[in-house]
Design a protein around this ligand. Structure first.
Ligand code: SAM
Length: 481
């Protein structure tokens, strides 16, 4: 079986593999790197973005994380324009500069990226050019073109770039959920509904036990690590099935087309799975709970372990209905969590010497009083600066130990130390005060997470088996064997 690119990443981007193009922090684009596709360009397959065109021949062979500059693509060799170029033109006519990027949340090139990228780069004939520097023999980059980074597929990058068919579970939530569910290599997990497959990919990585798709040597179904995924919306099932196949996750993810609230968790082959963890991202998770008991026929719960459950609901009324159903069904350790993810913007706020200070004042003062206050502050700093320059000059002159009133002057060394100290302070001041703010556009409420545990059943037989192993009666009599 083919290894999944999500688990076995080659050190470089290879042909026919999945790659994630990082355009900006909030704008990632998954592509399949191709050598054979003919997009109508002389270069073969080309991905067009608002930061320019990227022939796949310039991406294949790059180390993951490389920064790549856009190329000028040749559209004229066949006397017609490539289909991507035509689409892009049509998109531009509509005021949209990019044809292939679905999200387009943030339109700027990342601020934190250097203005003149000098990272590894391949020339179009497939050779690494200039020992990883920019290939100066390349045609000049067109105005408006820029650069991107090429990233390997990971569940995080997939979540940020996938085609949303539904609301999805994001990384801050699923990383917390998976650790609370104790999902680990070899675990068997149910997820319903599968939706856009965001949680599916993260769960698959969590349970993957290191076997590169060859499960034939493993006897137990759950020991290979398994995600049993259910979805009742046919087109979503089809799209996710295609993605699971493309991402070589068939050995780990078993997707079943089923309404879990009405039909339960039976698999395609009419057998139940046997799981230790369950994640329900459904509008009415309490309706599925009747199928998640140990006594129900075809119970999907592993009889030999406690089962951890999480439901994901946006409204508190859904939480109340779920908690009530969980209590009645004998679940324990029921509690609710909300993950409040905040992006924190940390930067230096510049209020430096005169000119910069004035700019700082204009840019960031909230009121006139504050602006005047800051202006005074800047002027004080400026006069301190001038005073310290005077001290520097005097330090260079002949040393005078007392002034006219007989007070002791600081020694030359003391004055130099002071100047150095002040220079340091000035430097920090010029860099600005370190401030941080939460970025307001990040929505903090995603959903409420309800967690619960169903202990393993314990019957006479279990007690007998255990008694043979651990002779409790003997222990109580104080005569262990
Ligand atoms: N967790 C998914 C992700 O991260 O991409 C998103 C799930 S989406 C919010 C909810 C999905 O549950 C929808 O795709 C919907 O079709 C499916 N669904 C709703 N009720 C269902 C049911 N009774 N059985 C199976 N799937 C159901």
């Amino acid at each position: 079986a083919r290894p999944s690119p999500f688990f076995h990443t080659a050190p470089t981007a290879t042909a026919d593999s999945l790659a994630i193009l990082h355009l900006t922090r909030d704008n990632l684009l998954p592509i399949k790197l191709q050598t054979t596709a003919d997009d109508g360009y002389a270069e073969g397959a080309v991905t067009n973005t608002r930061f320019g065109s990227f022939p796949h021949s310039t991406l294949i062979g790059l180390e993951w994380g490389s920064q790549v500059r856009a190329s000028k693509v040749d559209t004229g060799t066949r006397g017609r324009k490539g289909k991507n170029a035509k689409k892009q033109e049509a998109a531009e006519d509509n005021g949209v500069a990019e044809q292939s990027n679905r999200k387009r949340k943030s339109d700027e090139q990342p601020e934190d990226t250097p203005a003149s990228p000098t990272k590894k780069f391949k020339s179009s004939n497939g050779e690494k050019a200039n020992g990883g520097k920019i290939d100066t023999a390349r045609p000049p980059i067109e105005a408006g073109s820029g650069f991107i980074h090429i990233l390997p597929p990971t569940p995080e990058a997939w979540t940020a770039s996938l085609d949303h068919r539904t609301q999805v579970v994001y990384t801050p939530d699923y990383s917390y959920i998976l650790q609370r569910l104790r999902a680990r290599p070899g675990s068997a997990v149910i997820e319903a509904g599968a939706g856009s497959g965001s949680f599916t990919h993260a769960a698959a990585r969590a349970v993957f036990n290191g076997y590169p798709g060859d499960s034939s040597k493993l006897s137990k179904r759950q020991s290979q690590g398994k995600v049993y995924s259910y979805e009742f919306h046919e087109p979503r099932v089809q799209t996710l099935r295609d993605e699971i196949r493309d991402h070589a996750l068939e050995g780990i993810v078993e997707l079943t087309h089923r309404d879990v609230c009405n039909e339960g968790f039976i698999l395609q082959d009419n057998t139940p799975p046997s799981v230790d963890a369950i994640f329900l991202d459904l509008p009415a998770p309490w309706q599925a709970l009747k199928h998640l008991s140990r006594s129900t026929p075809n119970s999907p719960l592993n009889p030999h372990s406690a089962v951890h459950l999480c439901t994901f609901s946006p409204c508190i009324e859904q939480v109340m209905a779920t908690v009530s159903a969980l209590r009645k069904a004998g679940w324990t350790e029921i509690n609710m969590i909300e993950v409040q993810h905040k992006r924190i913007d940390v930067r230096r706020e510049r209020v430096g010497l005169k000119e910069e200070g004035l700019r700082g004042v204009n840019a960031s003062a909230a009121s006139v009083d504050e602006a005047i206050g800051r202006l005074r502050e800047v002027e004080t700093k400026l006069s301190d600066f001038n005073a310290s320059r005077a001290v520097t000059n005097s330090a260079n002159r002949e040393e005078i130990t007392t002034n006219t009133s007989g007070q002791k002057h600081p020694s030359k060394q003391e004055r130099l130390d002071r100047i150095k100290r002040e220079a340091e302070e000035r430097k920090l001041y010029k860099e600005g005060n370190l401030v941080h703010r939460t970025v307001p556009e990040v929505k903090t409420h995603t959903s409420y997470l309800v967690f619960a545990v169903l202990p393993r059943d314990w019957n006479e037989d279990d007690e007998k088996r255990c008694g043979e192993q651990y002779p409790v009666d003997d222990i109580m009599r104080g005569t262990p064997k």
